[in-house]
Write a protein that binds this ligand. Structure first.
Ligand code: DGL
Length: 268
């Protein structure tokens, strides 16, 4: 039993899709969230830069006495998980391995699609994680960079998102995949659009759900869970503009976000 909060970070708002799943599956845990809104996007930056950012973000969360860190960003998980894990003592968990596990469980034909940022796709992190579990698999990976601004604009349900998705997803339809990993924090907000285009025969994987499940097992295995039945505390920190985070973030969590503070991340 450990009453310290769980630390979660992302390049900005998107990691709230992971927070939402953690809130569902671990309803008594306090959460400290950091969104690096001053330095977003991570998806187009180098591994060196992302590793530096991920370490700073982790140091900030540890200054809030977190008992575990969730890297709720696909790009940062792809580039920096091993380095962060090596540097800090608390359990550190990314979203790639849980997403890969779910994809391998779901596929029947062994034809898996992956969509994510350029960084995530180029890193081949999902591909490697999936191939470790299932060698004969065929992977079709594509970056879909316009999905992030569409979601942030609150346009997930508009026609424009449908048109952009149709354009991006056409090669994956042709590839006849049966499983598609939504390998970017923002993409689960587009589940309806992506699902309509890909059709019922394609299983969509949201790594956020699987990450929350894995976090729960890690907490219980290490005696770190908080099972006291009480209202949990959620606090949010950003490195820029708190208003945009509150406005757009409420669409991610489907509820108002309070308790947001701005911090100087470069100090950590
Ligand atoms: N959070 C990022 C990810 O999941 C998407 C946004 C960005 O490029 O920073 O890869």
């Amino acid at each position: 039993m450990d009453t310290r909060p769980i630390g979660v970070f992302d390049s900005g708002i998107g990691g709230l899709t992971v927070v939402k799943e953690i809130m569902k599956i671990l309803p008594y845990e306090d959460i400290v969230y950091f969104g690096d809104t001053a330095r977003v996007p991570y998806g187009s930056k180098s591994q060196e830069t992302i590793t530096k950012f991920a370490k700073q973000n982790s140091r900030f969360l540890l200054s809030k006495d977190v008992k575990a860190i969730v890297i709720a960003c696909n790009t940062a998980s792809a580039f920096a998980l091993d380095d962060v894990n090596a540097e800090f003592e608390v359990p550190v968990l990314g979203v790639i391995k849980p997403g890969a596990n779910a994809a391998v469980r779901a596929t029947k034909t062994g034809r898996i699609g992956i969509i994510g940022t350029e960084g995530t796709v180029n890193s081949k992190a999902y591909e490697k994680a999936i191939k470790k579990l299932f060698k004969e698999v065929e992977i079709f990976a594509l970056p879909c960079p316009l999905f992030v601004p569409l979601v942030e604009e609150g346009w997930a349900d508009r026609q424009v998102s449908y048109m952009v998705a149709q354009e991006y997803l056409e090669p994956l339809k042709k590839a006849e995949i049966d499983t598609l990993v939504m390998g970017c924090t923002h993409y689960p907000i587009l589940t309806k659009v992506i699902g309509e285009i890909m059709g019922d025969e394609v299983t969509l994987i949201n790594p956020a759900e699987e990450t929350a499940i894995e976090l729960k097992s890690i907490l219980f295995e290490n005696g770190l869970q908080n099972t006291t039945k009480r209202k949990p505390e959620y606090s949010y920190f950003v490195s820029d503009n708190t208003e945009k985070f509150a406005r757009v973030g409420s669409n991610f969590l489907n509820k108002e976000i309070e308790n947001i503070s701005k911090i100087e991340i470069e100090k950590y």
